[in-house]
Write a protein that binds this ligand. Structure first.
Ligand SMILES: [Zn+2]
Ligand SMILES: [Zn+2]
Ligand SMILES: [Zn+2]
Ligand SMILES: [Zn+2]
Length: 304
């Protein structure tokens, strides 16, 4: 990235021909359209254009369609519904008035990534900023806990303590493990049956998921590993899982998936150790009245 410190992005305007092509993302990729910090013209006056673009309700930068009340107070599209169409400043009905002038002026702007407070130093033209933010490596992660809808986001360190404190997830140090999953009534396979354990090794954290669900009509158990970090780092690791018992053994070799991929995405892609329930009962031994799966696993770093 170009040199230059942060904090130099306020009131930056670069003149360019703007296409009022709302809703259509620019075709260049971010790599061909790198953040620019070249000799910006500084607009004087107060308040800055950036402040005008700030939604008074959520504080985020507004993107088209930007709405306004009949007195000219602006609001972002999402918040317009949240405030039930009543202007939060003057309490008039908002109606359906677009603020085209502000939308056009915004097109001329370059703005810092919204995650600059998390360390991102990049600055983008208004329209490509949103797309960058969807992939910004500084963007917060979603909570990897899968059992309930959890809307907590944050960096890895924060999420690890969140998993421990708020979800009572088991934490283990080390790169090998031996787990036993026991269920008294294996005939019940609900989608809600699942477990999560976090492993701490190689200076990173890995989530081991274990769950029961149906593929079509067939009930299965599935175990898979997710990496608490970005995809390019996840690929530097491998893991193996082995289920054994009743004289039988089944193995899985895989690559941990980043927690950027949702738990459901990974599960639906069947990227893990899958044990059909009928087979699981053989692994359990006994009379099929109880599910007892012994799963051993190992995580290692690939030599590059
Ligand atoms: Zn808003
Ligand atoms: Zn108003
Ligand atoms: Zn960013
Ligand atoms: Zn959570």
């Amino acid at each position: 990235m170009a040199p230059g410190g942060g904090g130099m992005y306020r009131d930056v305007v670069e003149s360019r021909t703007a296409l009022a092509d709302y809703g259509i993302a620019p075709t260049e990729t971010d790599s061909r359209n790198p953040p620019s910090r070249k000799s910006p013209a500084v607009v004087g006056g107060k308040p800055g254009v950036h402040e005008l673009l700030e939604c008074p309700v959520c504080g985020s930068v507004m993107y088209p369609p930007i709405h306004q009340c009949s007195s000219g107070h602006t609001i972002c599209f999402n918040c317009k519904t949240k405030v039930h169409n009543i202007c939060p400043i003057c309490h008039q009905e908002l109606g359906n008035i677009r603020c085209m002038a502000l939308e056009k002026v915004a097109e001329l702007l370059e703005l810092p990534c919204r995650y600059h407070f998390l360390g991102c130093q990049d600055i983008f033209p208004y329209q490509s900023r949103l797309r960058h933010e969807q992939n910004c490596r500084f963007r917060p992660y979603n909570c990897p806990y899968a059992g309930a809808e959890c809307s907590v986001t944050g960096d890895i360190r924060f999420l690890v303590s969140h998993l421990k404190d708020d979800h009572n997830v088991d934490m283990h140090d080390g790169s090998t493990f031996n787990h036993r999953y026991v269920k008294s009534n294996p005939q019940e396979v609900e989608n809600a049956t699942w477990m999560l354990t976090v492993f701490n090794c190689f200076g990173h954290q890995f989530c081991l998921h274990f769950e029961a669900f149906n593929i079509g009509m067939a009930p299965v158990y599935m175990a898979f590993l997710r990496f608490m970090g970005d995809d390019h780092e996840a690929k530097r690791f491998s893991y193996s899982l082995e289920v054994s018992g009743g004289g039988r053994k089944m193995q899985w070799h895989g690559v941990p998936r980043s927690i950027r991929d949702s738990h459901k995405t990974v599960r639906d892609s069947l990227d893990g150790l899958i044990i059909q329930r009928k087979l699981a009962l053989f692994f359990s031994g006994g009379d099929g009245q109880e599910l007892k799966l012994k799963i051993a696993g190992r995580i290692w770093k690939e030599q590059l």
